[in-house]
Ligand binder design. Structure first.
Ligand SMILES: Nc1ncnc2c1ncn2[C@@H]1O[C@H](COP(=O)(O)OP(=O)(O)OP(=O)(O)O)[C@@H](O)[C@H]1O
Ligand SMILES: [Mg+2]
Length: 234
């Protein structure tokens, strides 16, 4: 579904990604982990064309999407939920969702709204509530829901569990698995919570200094690199 080859990218003259190869297959959850500053967010931003790409290619469903403008990417089915809160606090839940849909016809908006409310009943119950007054977990649901309004087939998520309590983190990860299973979505997610991410992901990439340092399935949980750095082995 998504193939990234030899990607070199950064910000202006500053090169961060030093030749990344990464793949997301259909119906896969792929996790991107690594220390702060490794370039995880830069990978997602590069797919979404908000970095300077100097080398490499990004192919989505067989089409070269390197450097395409945002609206084209959305149209093709790539959606991005950036790090941090991205909802409009002074608008209601439903208004946020409708805005998330962008320029689509009413029937599709209505259908997607129903899908989102089906996935997140807590949002349906609060559709008239102003976004700023939602709990942290509900705000994260709303951010996800807004992306789903765009009918994506590939969802890019930057630290979806950030700021959530351990209990809400578990719920969020279950929700992501459910989205994959029920909606056939592919997910590429950046996560600080390495253990959880590896557990729910079909495959994981460990990024260090703008390079892929390790990749694999759940078996990498027992890799000494992962154990040392992330799982309390230090
Ligand atoms: N807009 C920008 N302009 C210049 N440098 C940037 C910009 N955004 C990020 N960087 C730099 O790029 C490097 C990689 O940042 P990135 O945000 O991709 O890291 P990350 O792996 O997502 O880290 P974290 O876990 O802290 O979110 C960092 O050194 C950062 O300072
Ligand atoms: Mg980041």
């Amino acid at each position: 579904m998504l193939q990234i080859t030899h990607l070199q990218a950064g910000y202006g003259e500053l090169q961060i990604l030093q030749g990344i190869d990464l793949e997301v297959k259909a119906d896969e959850i792929v996790a991107l982990i690594g220390p702060n500053g490794a370039g995880k967010s830069t990978v997602l931003k590069s797919i979404f064309n908000i970095t300077t790409i100097t080398q490499g290619q990004i192919i989505f469903k067989g089409k070269n999407i390197t450097g395409l403008p945002t609206y084209e990417l959305l149209k093709l089915g790539v959606s991005f939920v950036p790090q941090g809160k991205i909802n409009f606090g002074e608008l209601t839940v439903q208004e946020n969702l409708e805005l998330g849909a962008g320029m689509r016809d009413k029937a599709i908006i209505q259908k997607n709204l129903e899908r989102v409310y089906h996935q997140f009943p807590a949002l349906r119950e609060r559709k008239e509530q102003l976004a700023f007054s939602l709990s942290g977990g509900q705000q994260q649901m709303l951010a996800l829901g807004r992306a789903l309004m765009q009918s994506p087939s590939l969802l890019l998520l930057d630290e979806p569990s950030l700021g959530l309590s351990p209990k809400l983190q578990v719920e969020l990860f279950q929700m992501l698995v459910k989205l994959k299973q029920e909606e056939g979505l592919s997910l590429l997610m950046v996560e600080q919570n390495a253990k959880k991410a590896i557990e729910i992901a079909d495959r994981t990439y460990l990024l260090e200094d703008g390079k892929v340092a390790l990749q694999g399935g759940k078996e990498i949980l027992s890799h000494k690199k992962i154990k040392e750095v992330y799982l309390g082995g230090r």
